[in-house]
Design a protein around this ligand. Structure first.
Ligand code: SDX
Length: 424
């Protein structure tokens, strides 16, 4: 494709083009300031490609999501979360031997470092689990000295992916005042997490298959999503050569916001509000259209998907299946379906391409699994950890990689003399 032409202040410049494997076109502005003296302005980065990546492809118009070329619908139907970890972090679907190796590596690193359990006791039981989860991820770095080489980095990757389940489960156990349950290597990754969450020794806890399958699917659907807010944060922090734990802890912080991963908690709170408010759907859709209300339909809208989020389509089906499998009637599912129907027949939402996103139905499933609402975003993070790590590794492996340091256009005061305090 011919270079792009830019005419600035009467002068013409050529800008090289980069074309992706899915025919996406990027204008390479890496030399823009050096050749023209100008920079771009793109608040929120809606039109800016921060990197070239081979991990996840999204087509927002067509509702396409693929991890390393495999459609999310096919992965969701047939893969285990451990296979998806291998696909994202190591770049290919594992063969039987590789899968067994990764499974055993993760199993052998599930235990937390000695003494770390007592850290949880120091938090108030009312602490938000995202605060505990991000703190404890960073705290893991105090037990493992900075990695000297790639081998140690990869060992830290295994440690974090393996131990994150206990970190999440112990945050929950502390919040409900129950003793911590040690990981068990005779259980799969998902079974072991659910066992650590719900076992109350000496009572045994048999993990129901319907919950195990639902968790496996939820972790896979949340595993990666190209350059979203938290993944860009992980890349940004990692670009300063901060260690794995510091980078992932920062990702948890970014994900916590209600505009991002925190939306799954906000959706349930919104559905409960509608339920308590006599199912007054119109009041809430009207508020969502009134910018001055500050209210948004949580779980609706997406920066990239403008017709549908393929993950929401899958989760809507799974929500009904899990509730049926557990024999649970959750009125919030009907309220959610109703809200989706009303909103997706309303011009305001249609015009802006606002449809349910991944967070709209996921909370219904977490609720059915007995996960408390304030743990929903931790559940999101457990899946996304695989994606964050794969993106972090890709950023670090870039031979042309540099510290992320965007520019700005200054709009403040021009130079003026300092005024001493008695003259202000
Ligand atoms: C996730 O990026 C990712 O990939 C994220 C994610 C991932 O897997 O990592 O998919 C996970 O974060 C999903 C999104 C979860 N967040 C929510 O559900 C919160 C509610 N949604 C929004 O706040 C919003 O839709 C965002 C944050 C998701 C997207 O914001 P954008 O792209 O900045 O869109 P915008 O704010 O510019 O909105 C465009 C228009 C505006 O109206 P106009 O100014 O054009 O008149 O749509 C309106 C907005 O007011 N709008 C909404 C709305 N979302 C956008 N109006 C009402 N309710 C909403 N939810």
């Amino acid at each position: 494709m011919d270079p792009a032409k830019l005419i600035l202040d009467g002068k013409e410049y050529e800008l090289p083009i980069v074309v992706g494997s899915e025919k996406e076109v990027g204008i390479d502005i890496s030399k823009l300031r050096g050749t023209t003296g100008a920079i771009t302005a793109d608040s929120g980065y809606g039109n800016t490609g921060s990197c070239l990546s081979t991990i996840t492809f999204i087509n927002g118009e067509k509702g396409i999501l693929r991890y390393r070329g495999y459609p999310i619908e096919e992965i969701a139907k047939s893969a285990s979360f451990t296979e998806v970890i291998h696909l994202l972090v190591y770049g290919h679907l594992p063969n039987k031997q590789e899968l067994e190796e990764l499974t055993n590596q993760l199993k052998s690193h599930r235990e937390l470092p000695k003494g770390m359990k007592s850290f949880f006791d120091a938090f108030p039981t009312t602490a938000h689990p995202m605060a505990v989860f991000s703190s404890m991820i960073s705290a893991l770095s105090t037990f493992y000295p900075a990695a000297k080489d790639e081998e140690e980095v990869n060992l830290n990757v295994i440690r974090l992916l393996a131990k994150q389940a206990a970190l999440a489960a112990y945050a929950y156990k502390h919040s409900v005042g129950q003793p911590y349950v040690d990981p068990r290597s005779d259980l799969t990754y998902t079974q072991d997490f659910l066992h650590m969450m719900y076992a109350e020794p000496p009572k045994a806890y048999e993990v129901p298959e319907v919950l195990d399958e639902a968790l496996n699917l939820l972790l896979i659907l949340h595993a990666d999503h190209e350059q979203n807010c938290s993944t860009s944060t992980v890349r940004m922090v990692g670009s300063s050569q901060a260690n794995l734990y510091a980078s992932m802890s920062a990702g948890v912080g970014a994900l916590w916001g209600p505009l991002h991963g925190g939306a799954n908690q906000a959706v349930i709170e919104m559905l409960e509000m509608i339920r308590k408010d006599d199912m007054n759907f119109k009041k809430y859709t009207d508020m969502a259209k009134d910018k001055s209300s500050g209210f948004r339909l949580m779980g609706f809208g997406h920066r990239v998907y403008k017709n549908f989020d393929p993950r929401a389509t899958i989760l809507k089906e799974v929500a009904a299946k899990v509730l049926e499998g557990l024999g649970i009637e959750d009125p919030l599912l009907e309220i959610a379906k109703n809200l989706e129907k009303i909103a997706t027949e309303d011009e305001y939402f249609l015009q802006r391409g606002l449809y349910p996103n991944v967070d709209f139905y996921s909370g219904i499933i977490y609720r059915a699994m007995g996960i408390p609402t304030d743990m929903f975003t931790v559940m999101f993070a457990l899946g996304r950890m695989a994606g964050w790590i794969s993106q972090w590794k890709e950023m670090r492996a870039d031979p042309k990689g540099r510290i992320y340091r965007p520019r700005q256009v200054y709009m403040g005061e021009t130079q003026r003399p300092f005024v001493p305090v008695d003259k202000r």
